[in-house]
Design a protein around this ligand. Structure first.
Ligand code: ATP
Length: 566
């Protein structure tokens, strides 16, 4: 406890929050984003604390001024507003949110120490992310910034993790209990487990802020189905089996809603107004973000959950799209993404998808209008724990070897340093690595904790040697939000039925970030009849599925030069 009491001074800014500086309905708000996007504000002007900015400049000298997205949401966050934030992949959302959370005034409790009551810092914000590697990435950014603050205290008082599969949750909770971090970063399942412990030190309703990153992945929502019966059924399922993140948010916001409703006799979820007692009054500011927050998601979380404040001027909706980006080189997410797809026949021949063109085409990521019934379901899948791979020589591979060979060919010819191969959500990563290594590829499971397996690219911004490029292998479940600055190519192995344009865009968005170019190549099987797990047969047409996605996101595929189109 003592070290923590000493080190909370690390973040000494305790000025009162400015009053709501932005007054906008969601529509007016979009205009405001546009205005911000062209303004050349500094981090200081946005309200970040000076020590945080100084440490940022020391730790990340390339981060000179805010991105348009950051310029839009940082002032809103610091003014205490709830925020729904949609911004292009690689536009600095997670990074900027972290900077803003580090700039929030620290919260304090009175605790008994040696018979006296002293002020002790408590956790100020909770940052919920979908998977372990993203949590580790945020922690690494925080640690780099913290290391650059001259007036040092322990990193534990600034940020801590709550994650499954590293230390037992009770041990992590004890650490939080002994020294509350300013920002707690965790995955939903681990946070829920921590909350369910008797010794739970996380007083969620006392937090200043809760951030849900990749929110449309973590929170299911009622689809825009034309059929009322289907909608009602979906709603009922949601109530019966809420996702873990829904459960966490309900734990925080439902009691307040009920208290308010009881007091006011109002049935609908309402904003808790000033006249209530302070204990009931406080509700953590809520921020949800993703590159793909569809209007139906926004509507759903703003109305159904009862989590967001209801008053218009207390919720900021920030939506970003490439059309708002005027100078591609001056902002992130402005690089050009090239999309390609290869079709692999059973005889091993490989051709480009019909309609692929020979000329470079820019990206045109637009909001999609597809039905939203196929939402991805967030699952926490542990990454491969070790690089000592089993010998699979005597067992049949579930992977199409011709498809892996196509990946290996493009990788060998085109990838200068590092590429990412994304498999279906539950695919056996270790087996894929074994197969790729048999083809002579320097393949590793993407694992932030292993330097060879992504850690050096992800955390230390290391540069992969050109003489032996690396192919990192991960799954659709574990790539969201990850930032691999050196990445030039993303391979998507197959197009699982149900892959949504949103999921595709998140995968594609691992490259082509901060003004750099990137290439996304889907490697697909010929249309065929396949059996599902229950033995039922269905038509699998991966090329058509990907073509539909291209149409919905408005891109024209480009030919991969080494292969023909017949
Ligand atoms: N203002 C800035 N100037 C330059 N680089 C920045 C700035 N802000 C963030 N970055 C860098 O941009 C990268 C991407 O940021 P981040 O992961 O936050 O993007 P994102 O919008 O959350 O992406 P995604 O939607 O894919 O999760 C990081 O490497 C970060 O260091």
């Amino acid at each position: 406890m003592t070290s923590c009491l000493l080190s909370f001074n690390l973040l000494p800014w305790r000025g009162s929050r400015p009053l709501h500086v932005l007054k906008e309905s969601s529509i007016r708000c979009n205009r405001l984003v546009h205005q911000y996007a062209t303004a050349q504000q500094s981090f200081e002007e946005l309200g970040l604390r000076r020590p945080v900015i100084a440490a940022l400049q020391e730790a990340f000298p390339n981060v000179i001024r805010p991105t348009p997205a950051q310029a839009s949401f940082i002032p809103a966050l610091l003014s205490g507003k709830d925020i729904l934030l949609k911004g292009q992949t690689g536009s600095g959302k997670s990074f900027g949110l972290l900077l803003a959370l580090l700039s929030l005034p620290r919260k304090f409790n009175r605790v008994e120490l040696d018979g006296k009551y002293v002020k002790s810092s408590t956790t100020t914000s909770l940052f919920i992310v979908p998977h372990r590697d993203l949590a580790l990435q945020l922690m690494h950014w925080t640690a780099s910034i913290h290391a650059s603050i001259l007036q040092t205290g322990g990193i534990d008082s600034v940020a801590q993790l709550v994650l499954r599969g590293i230390n037992p949750i009770p041990a992590q909770v004890d650490k939080i209990h002994n020294c509350s971090p300013h920002v707690l970063i965790g995955t939903p399942q681990a946070v829920l487990e921590a909350l369910q412990l008797e010794s739970n030190p996380l007083k969620l309703p006392h937090l200043s802020t809760i951030v849900v990153d990749e929110a449309d992945y973590l929170i299911q929502y009622t689809p825009r189905a034309p059929d009322k019966y289907k909608r009602d059924k979906f709603e009922l399922d949601l109530k019966r089996h809420p996702s873990v993140t829904r459960q966490i948010l309900d734990m925080v916001y439902s009691p307040m809603r009920q208290a308010f409703n009881k007091k006011k006799g109002i049935k609908q979820a309402q904003e808790i107004e000033r006249p209530l007692k302070p204990m009931v009054l406080h509700r953590p500011q809520l921020i949800m973000t993703s590159a793909t927050l569809k209007s139906q998601f926004r509507y759903s979380v703003l109305t159904e959950g009862g989590w967001f404040r209801q008053a218009d001027d207390k919720v900021t909706i920030v939506t970003g799209s490439p059309s708002e980006v005027e100078d591609a080189n001056s902002v992130m997410g402005g690089g050009s993404l090239v999309h390609s797809a290869l079709i692999v026949s059973d005889d091993g021949t490989v051709r480009n998808i019909p309609g692929a063109v020979d000329l470079p085409t820019g990206t045109a990521e637009t909001e999609t209008t597809q039905g939203e019934a196929d939402q991805p379901v967030a699952t926490e899948i542990p990454p491969p724990s070790s690089e000592d791979f089993d010998d699979f020589t005597d067992t049949a591979s579930p992977f199409n070897q011709n498809a892996l060979e196509a990946v290996a060919t493009v990788f060998a010819l085109d990838v200068p340093r590092v590429a990412l191969l994304v498999l279906k959500a539950a695919a056996p990563v270790r087996r894929a690595i074994f197969d790729l290594r048999s083809l002579g590829i320097n393949a590793h499971g993407l694992d932030v904790l292993e330097p060879q397996s992504g850690g050096s690219f992800l955390l230390q911004r290391g540069v992969a040697p050109e003489d032996n490029p690396t192919l990192l292998v991960s799954t659709l479940a574990t790539t969201r939000g990850l930032d691999l600055p050196d990445l030039t190519h993303v391979f998507l192995l197959g197009a699982p039925t149900g892959l949504t344009p949103d999921e595709y865009m998140h995968v594609a968005g691992r490259t082509g970030r901060f003004g750099k170019d990137g290439t996304v190549i889907a490697v697909l099987e010929e249309p065929r009849i396949v059996k599902d797990n229950t033995g039922k047969t269905y038509n699998q047409n991966e090329p058509r599925w990907i073509q539909n996605i291209y149409t919905k996101i408005g891109v024209t595929p480009r030919m991969v030069a080494h292969f023909g189109n017949e």
